[in-house]
Design a protein around this ligand. Sequence first.
Ligand SMILES: *[C@@H]1O[C@H](CO)[C@@H](O)[C@H](O)[C@H]1NC(C)=O
Ligand SMILES: *[C@@H]1O[C@H](CO)[C@@H](O)[C@H](O)[C@H]1NC(C)=O
Length: 396
Amino acid sequence: MASSTNKSTATVFCKAMILLQLPLFATVFIFLKSRPATTCYNSIISFGDSIADTGNYLVDFGEKAGPVGHPPYGKTYFRRPTGRFSDGRVIIDFIAQAMGLPLVPPYLVRTSKQDLRYGVNFAVAGVTALDGKFFRDKGMVLTWPQYSLATQIQWFKKLLPSLCSSKSDCESFFSKSLVLMGEIGGNDYNHPFAQLKAIDEIRTYVPSVVNITSWAINSLIELGAKTLVVPGIFPLGCVSAYLTVHQSGRREDYDPQTGCIKWLNEFSEYHNSLLQTELDRLRRLHPRITIIYANYYDAAMDIYRHPLKYGFDAPLAACCGGGGPYNFNLTAMCGAREDTVCSDPSKHVCWDGMHLTDAAYEIIARGLLQGSYASAPITQACLLLEPDVPQLQRVF
Ligand SMILES: *[C@@H]1O[C@H](CO)[C@@H](O)[C@H](O)[C@H]1NC(C)=O
Ligand SMILES: *[C@@H]1O[C@H](CO)[C@@H](O)[C@H](O)[C@H]1NC(C)=O
């Protein structure tokens, strides 16, 4: 396990983030050269779980964080573990780079040197949208960080006065801020599935998960947010861990084209359809706010359907894991001594059994920013905002 304490991990991490700025600018430049900057954002504010976490979990848990604090995590891009659950970047990193912004720093690195002007990330790996009580009431054992969406919104409220002060200051701050709401909700299902709850019961959680997500979006709009990107969840039936745990001899369980488990993907689609219906309702409620649905599900499915088009020769097996048909083994996870790490992670979609590789996240981010997987063009949404005095009076 990690040899440093929580505090020194934080310090080292912060220093690393500062050091990172130099090589990053080079990367940003290259990224933008191929595609002119059309973005008008000054900052990214992010909430969610391990899909978006850029280091909060690692900072918070220090030595107890487990494999994510150790190689091979981070090996491809950062060449060291950063707390991201990937071999490299995660989707929010690619969004930040495409917008010419620094990588979004994790909130829990609380040092005076932390520069949050360009964004702040509240996402923590393992968290659920709903709070612990919901799951305790269902008889579940809570094994994950208790930093639900409500906690993350509280953190943001506490921080906000240091980001903008006056009415007009906050107005201009939010008109150039992109709020990324998630991905969130995946763990509200991952944990119950892992604790062997029946799918019929887990389905009954979906309206509550969507409800709390909607509450969080509303809270942020009340605080001043103007442009929000809300991702759906990934196709659970294509995830190496799910494919391993729910392996079956029934051919009809599997999608013949992708090899993914159909009933699990249908579950993801159910969550995503309820979420989209709710986003429609929110758009009618807040006609001047831009709420963009980010279709992580279809962006990922396109990769699973056409892996070779994107250069993946192993779409379903994890790059890093403890063996078995999907290279996922609950008793020998990525980062354990028995694991094997593939020679070329860029040929794998799945990194560690639950999360994707730098290569796969890049394609999904590109699909959102340049393709058809966002319900409105993310990079240009801020240009559409008009000065809106009545709105301001209502909010403050
Ligand atoms: C969430 O559920 C509560 C209780 O059922 C309800 O009062 C509230 O209006 C719902 N909120 C949203 C945003 O759907
Ligand atoms: C999973 O890992 C354990 C411990 O290393 C090992 O004994 C077992 O054979 C592995 N299972 C598979 C399917 O590879």
